[in-house]
Write a protein that binds this ligand. Structure first.
Ligand SMILES: Cc1cc2nc3c(=O)[nH]c(=O)nc-3n(C[C@H](O)[C@H](O)[C@H](O)COP(=O)(O)OP(=O)(O)OC[C@H]3O[C@@H](n4cnc5c(N)ncnc54)[C@H](O)[C@@H]3O)c2cc1C
Length: 346
């Protein structure tokens, strides 16, 4: 096996500031950017660094300016008509060039489809490492390096990884994992416009047309209430009961991976390590055993309610309210109670 190359010429002291690679889609800032700013500010307060957001795009001045309201020191707006539509080459080249020129110490990227696409390419172009899908970032009090924690070996243990020699230290963080930065009314930061050294010939893959999926998207990340079904629902029809409870509560439908793998429900509903990370006010786990990979995506929920026939299921160790029973009996009783409660309110 070949060892990764160590960049001997690097002087760690040349590297400063914490950068967040901001993400915009059709001119609207993706919520993961605000989460990464929140995390970057937390890290910055410990090591006394500035927080800088980088956004690539075109004709998004107003949206870019709004980022200052999250208390960042600066927004670097890489502006070009060639960056109006996302392209892997255009974004990776222009962001890499800026990193090489300005030398940030830490670079955080959202582990979205775009972030997962450009993050490793940027890391390769600038010759540093990247820790993907981090769930926790801390500062090592002894030397100020970041401790990047992520699930390893199928989620069975958490590995903390450091980047001791190369710079910047780069990590991707999944949406929904970190706390959003607070909105402030009187920002003091500034926006700096950058014209990238980019030509049409640099962008090898051309976007001919964007075709949106006809599927109704499920918004698990922002949902306040999620009702999730697991293998205990016994089949695709079992999700009708899950949906009925979600509708009664005004929530979204989630699922364990077992049901997605069985083809009972679409993968966009999957919660967990390889699905979406959620933190609703209340999470109902119905017929879900509580495997570590599922817990990785929902254990930050404010309240967890578990319904399971097996009183020894691991989900009962993490839930706030546990109901030992058959979901086919428990859920209809809950829906009836909710409907009665609504009638009473009227
Ligand atoms: C690398 C990797 C990544 C993974 N990523 C994810 C992920 O992102 N998300 C995820 O969910 N899983 C993930 N998994 C899979 C995970 O390990 C488990 O296999 C999965 O979560 C189990 O799903 P489950 O709880 O629905 O099924 P089971 O473990 O089979 O549990 C079903 C539960 O239903 C209960 N039950 C049965 N009948 C009823 C009934 N009538 N009423 C009430 N309860 C009943 C049973 O007692 C049991 O506890 C991953 C695995 C690996 C290796």
């Amino acid at each position: 096996m070949q060892r990764a190359k160590v960049n001997q010429s690097i002087n760690l002291k040349d590297y400063n500031d914490i950068w967040v690679i901001g993400e915009q889609r059709e001119g609207k800032i993706h919520p993961v950017t605000i989460e990464l700013i929140g995390e970057a500010k937390k890290l910055a307060s410990e090591i006394g660094k500035k927080v800088i957001v980088v956004v690539a795009g075109y004709e998004i001045e107003e949206e870019v300016k709004k980022l200052l309201n999250y208390g960042v020191d600066k927004v670097l707006y890489i502006k070009s008509p060639l960056l109006k539509t996302f392209s892997t080459d255009g974004y990776a080249i222009s962001i890499s060039n800026l990193i090489l020129e300005r030398k940030p110490e830490i670079v955080l990227v959202g582990a979205t489809s775009i972030g997962r696409d450009i993050g490793p390419r940027i890391a390769a172009k600038i010759g540093t490492g990247l820790v993907a899908d981090c769930t926790k970032l801390d500062i090592d009090p002894t030397d100020g390096k970041i401790l990047q924690t992520r699930p390893a070996f199928g989620g069975n243990l958490m590995a903390t990884i450091i980047c001791p020699i190369n710079r910047p230290q780069m990590a991707t963080v999944r949406p929904g994992v970190m706390q959003k930065a607070q909105h402030i009314d009187n920002p003091t930061g500034v926006v700096e416009e950058i014209t990238p050294n980019l030509t049409e010939a640099d962008i090898i893959a051309k976007v001919i047309e964007i075709v949106k999926s006809g599927k109704k998207r499920v918004n698990l990340i922002d949902a306040k209430i999620i009702v999730s079904g697991g293998r205990g629902v016994k089949g695709p029809e079992g999700f009708e009961l899950i949906k009925a409870l979600a509708d009664a509560l005004g929530g979204e439908v989630g699922s364990s991976r077992a049901c997605v793998d069985a083809g009972w429900i679409d993968s966009m509903h999957q919660v967990g390590q390889t699905g979406t990370t959620v933190r609703p006010e209340i999470y109902f786990a119905c017929g879900i055993s509580g495997a570590i990979q599922h817990l990785a995506g929902m254990s930050e929920s404010k309240y967890i309610v578990a319904i399971n026939t097996d009183s020894t299921a691991p989900i009962f160790k993490v839930c706030d309210f546990g109901i030992v029973g058959d979901l086919k009996e428990v859920i209809p009783a809950m829906i009836e109670g909710i409907e009665k409660g609504k009638a009473f309110e009227i």
